[in-house]
Design a protein around this ligand. Structure first.
Ligand SMILES: O=C(O)CCC(=O)C(=O)O
Ligand SMILES: [Fe+2]
Length: 382
């Protein structure tokens, strides 16, 4: 994880008073990046550097404009956000409000089902970790007792007819798990409605990212024909212990992530800025998407774009639901640092997207399995 933050747009920041004593005692903030523990020095007073203190809000209407100049102007704003923050809010994004409302309704109803119904698709039965994850089973930050959340993960799967992907010998093994109990079958079509809308949105956004990198709009299309994708529906109960996390500090392993969340009075998602301060994400309006850069876009930009560390702490006493969509290149796509970000005389390795992804997934699986059976029982107290 790069620890350099290049923005010059925001004033210096200071940690909230309540965190100051902790900050001084710690001097470092610790996080987890792809299985590798990371830490960032907390910079205060004269040491503090210019960095962001909030996320930029970007109006996406220009994404649909027939004028290249409009799309370029949008790309300019997005490029600056990706470089300086690694996160931004996307508003007026064109995703149907009705689809988002019914996605949240379906999530609440699904997570309300009895544990044994949800456990039918427990992710331990899946090589790709698809299906239901119970409370405290994830543990992205090894210093915590586990992630205080339950979730449901689905993703690319050519055997699901909803995806209309070509079935080949390498894609003919099912990856997703779907509930079959009559009380839970509503979930699949609801998640697919969201998945389909997000795939369209992501492909449009990818062309704007290409423009932001001064590349042709279709530059990434060839390696994004059958992209790796995940929807993770997540339920975070209100947490009562300060030491808990909803999801431990991490970066995302994808091109980029789009997240829409239920409204909570107190922000729960937090983003780590260049001074080692957790910046709360205050959503500007209902159905705004939080967009963040993942490891692959950081990689192809030679670290110029940031895959910024983030976490969730749901301290406001309300249930919280969020539904990230993770978008990556094709599984057999190969990526390397783009020409314009290379230094002459230096050599650059190519990575295969699927291999890198599986490595990161295996790390996540290991942190789950390491916890031992007594802690992985669903429905345990939290
Ligand atoms: O719930 C959120 O707002 C973010 C979740 C997240 O960071 C993730 O699932 O990778
Ligand atoms: Fe994330």
């Amino acid at each position: 994880m790069s620890t350099t933050t290049t923005t010059t747009t925001a004033p210096k920041t200071k940690p909230p008073a309540s965190e100051e004593s902790k900050v001084e005692a710690d001097a470092y903030v610790h996080y987890h990046d792809g299985g590798v523990p990371g830490k960032r020095r907390i910079l205060t007073g004269a040491d503090a550097r210019p960095t962001f203190t909030e996320l930029p809000r970007i109006d996406m209407r220009r994404m649909f404009s027939s004028s290249l100049a409009d799309r370029q102007e949008l790309a300019g704003e997005i490029g600056a956000a990706c470089r300086d923050v690694g996160f931004f809010f996307a508003v007026n994004h064109g995703v149907d409000d009705a689809v988002l409302d019914s996605t949240f309704e379906a999530m609440e109803k699904f997570f309300d089902l009895p544990t044994e119904v949800k456990m039918e698709t427990h992710n331990k039965k899946s090589a790709k970790f698809r299906g239901y994850e119970a409370f405290l089973e994830g543990r992205l930050d090894p210093s915590t007792r586990g992630d205080l959340k339950e979730g449901f993960l689905m993703g690319e799967d050519a055997t699901d007819p909803e995806q209309a992907r070509p079935l080949t010998p390498s894609t003919s093994t099912p990856r997703n798990q779907w509930p079959t109990h009559p009380s839970a079958t509503f979930f699949r079509p609801a998640i697919y409605a969201y998945y389909t809308a997000m795939l369209t949105f992501s492909k449009q956004l990818l062309s704007i990212f290409a423009l932001a990198l001064e590349l042709p709009e279709d530059y990434f299309s060839a390696i994004s024909t059958y992209p790796m994708t995940n929807v993770r529906a997540v339920h975070y109960p209100p947490q009562t212990r300060d030491a808990d996390v909803g999801i431990g500090a991490h970066t995302d392993f994808c091109w980029f992530t789009l997240v829409v969340q239920s409204a909570t009075a107190r922000p729960a998602l937090e983003v780590l800025n260049g001074n080692g301060v957790w910046v709360p994400v205050v959503v500007p309006e209902p159905h705004a998407f939080v967009v963040n850069i993942g490891d692959f876009l950081k990689l192809v930009t030679g670290g110029t774009w940031q895959s910024t560390v983030h976490r969730v702490r749901n301290m406001g006493g309300e249930e919280r639901y969020s539904v990230p969509f993770f978008f990556s290149p094709n599984e057999d796509g190969r990526v390397a640092v783009l020409e314009r970000f290379r230094t002459r005389g230096q050599t650059y390795d190519e990575i295969t997207v699927g291999e890198y992804f599986q490595k990161r997934l295996d790390i996540d699986r290991t942190t789950h399995l390491d916890k031992g059976p007594e802690k992985t029982k669903a429905g345990g107290t939290y």
